[in-house]
Write a protein that binds this ligand. Sequence first.
Ligand SMILES: *Cc1c(COP(=O)(O)O)cnc(C)c1O
Length: 382
Amino acid sequence: MKTQKPESIAAQALGWIDESTKEIVGQIHTSTTYIRDEDNQHRNGRAYARDHNPTFEQPEAVLNALEGGHQTRLFASGMAAATAVFQALNPGDHVIAPKVMYWSLRNWLKTFATRWGLQIEFVDATDLDAVRATIQPGKTKLVWIETPANPMWSITDIAATCEIAHAAGALVAVDSTVATPVLTRPIEHGADFVMHAATKYLNGHSDVVAGMLTATRDSETWQRIRGIRAQIGGIAGPFEAWLLMRGMRTLFPRVRTACASAQTIAEHFARHPLVAEVLYPGLPGFAGHEVAAKQMQGGFGGMMSIRVKQGAAAAIAVAASTQIWKRATSLGGVESLIEHRASVEGEGTPAPNDLLRLSVGIEATQDLIDDFEDALTAASRV
Ligand SMILES: *Cc1c(COP(=O)(O)O)cnc(C)c1O
């Protein structure tokens, strides 16, 4: 068969057909255990469902093809996937992480991972000189980046970071949750691992918690990560794995619709009198715009933040009065969400108090603009 374009791979889930039933949709496998051969071997490779549930294999194979990886593993959550990478390191290893990153992972790094012996330094990952100055050749084992990064949407140059890290003997892992393989394939830019909170765009319907990790090549670190999933057991349930595969089939049209809408919304509110600033990589004036244009194809993502000119109270009032934008955490679903991020993240957040994080869904763009506009106007009157 001809090599297929990513859109076709996703839509047809690699074209898998169940040979016994001829079904074009995979099954939900619930068995926790598998019959052994008569000589007590298990030649089909399955012994126990903590690591071997066949329902995982289709979403893993599809994401692996989309990312162009060596192998992909499904986890119980984005956090289970991300923390497996850090747990594969040794106590004493030096690690670089960005100052702007998914807050829950930053908290875990500052608490559990630090107690566990990792030496973690947080740098401004958009500043390559800062990364160069912080990396310790031979001692730094991992550089973790996220791009675009929550909740400022800062852009990190993946290729340049990989060059610096690899020269120092460190691996690079990219949290690519917000970019998705529709917009960026970090492996093409040199990344060693790609992580996704599959809870977000990959599933896309706000009804599954899952995470995925893709390795560029086989390595001792990847073997350790695989061992961590098998031993610690941060696995998704079969029903979640099946729902995720269903969601991934529409990844491309969902992400493209959200990107186009986000671009229009960002341009609209960038010149709005009640708005102090719109943070969106697709705006030419945005600090990371040029790097984003280089490493993102076909759009700048569905995530943005808007800073309300009248300050924190007005920002919270905006989130309180939108009707279509739903006031809830998370992102990457078909429905648009709005959140006052500083009060969620608490101490140590890079989010200014007047910032609202917006996850753009696939509703009519004009509805989203009108709804936010009405909320802004209402908030400006109190
Ligand atoms: C949500 C999220 C995570 C964590 O994923 P969970 O599935 O909630 O554990 C990690 N990184 C980013 C960028 C996220 O948005």
